[in-house]
Design a binder for this molecule. Sequence first.
Ligand code: ATP
Length: 341
Amino acid sequence: MHATLKPEASTSSADPVLRVDNLKAYYQMNYFGVSREVRAVDDITLTIRRNEIYGIAGESSSGKSSLIKTIAGAIRPPLRVVSGSVRFDFDGRTLDVYNDPEAMKAARWRHLSYVMQGSMNVLNPVRRVKHAFHDFAFRHMGLSPSAFRARVEAHLERIGLDPQVLESYPHQLSGGMRQRLAIGLATVCEPEFIIADEPTTALDVLVQQDVLALIKDVQMRLGSSIIFVTHDMTVHAAIADRIGIIYAGRLVEEGPSQAMFEQPQHPYTAHLIASLPRIGDTTRRVSLPGKPPNLADPPSGCRFHPRCPLAIAKCETESPPLVPRGEGRVACWRAGEVAAA
Ligand SMILES: Nc1ncnc2c1ncn2[C@@H]1O[C@H](COP(=O)(O)OP(=O)(O)OP(=O)(O)O)[C@@H](O)[C@H]1O
């Protein structure tokens, strides 16, 4: 076991392991000589505690993947960090993702791992699965080749895979097995922090349940923190301790999942919850009018106001700050008037 990877005795589960402060990350675009900025991550501040599963929700193009890539330090042009910071606390030391590239490189896989969107397809189709484990994890574990193989085999067994899969080629495995392997790869070094982008989206419902149970199990066993993205609120309900709701590049609500499902504070969250199908309820789900805004030219004031059933004049001109409310935070001038879904 990596004794140094575990939180020190003096740390408690209330300590933040990730602090994101006033983070802005924009796509710098150039169309026929005209430059534009797509404000995909626009002034996000959040913290994640040890042993916590934090879900990020929001509709397509709201900026979820851009946020999570920026947190993972996995951005490439045209996306760039404009301001703000992303800091992890590993083993009592602060890792400043955008100011310490060497420490970031050393932390990858060992302290911090990233299951990117479509990661079940990252396995090289012409190489046996064992090579992926070797390429990603061997140098971080400080083990002899035979001890490393034994460790990987034990890990695969724990996550419900026959160690024989190491000798397979990716095309010989089902989508669910490949997604399990992607999670296996991300967790074999027992990282303190796991970042996952849509880890279950491409899977059918039964396999999805299986993979969710696996993520939860790995998190409980390792005591890791997880931040994950999905647009699927039922997945958040199943595994997230807290949820952050993103709308047009901004965090508009955050809180413990149960409280959020019982009493959403933002009209957009109320809509996301109300649009979920319910067993036995045959009434039509109401869809939200309009489209998500263009992030190169977002609406003034509250970005949700053109689609909001509660909007008043102030919402068009003044952007509501994200302020504490109940057990979480919300950015809405009319938060007290949002009806439970
Ligand atoms: N490579 C890119 N170049 C320019 N703009 C981009 C790029 N990737 C994403 N965007 C824009 O950034 C904004 C946020 O996109 P992002 O993919 O982060 O949203 P998302 O919430 O993860 O969506 P989805 O659920 O569909 O993956 C969108 O307006 C999108 O068009």
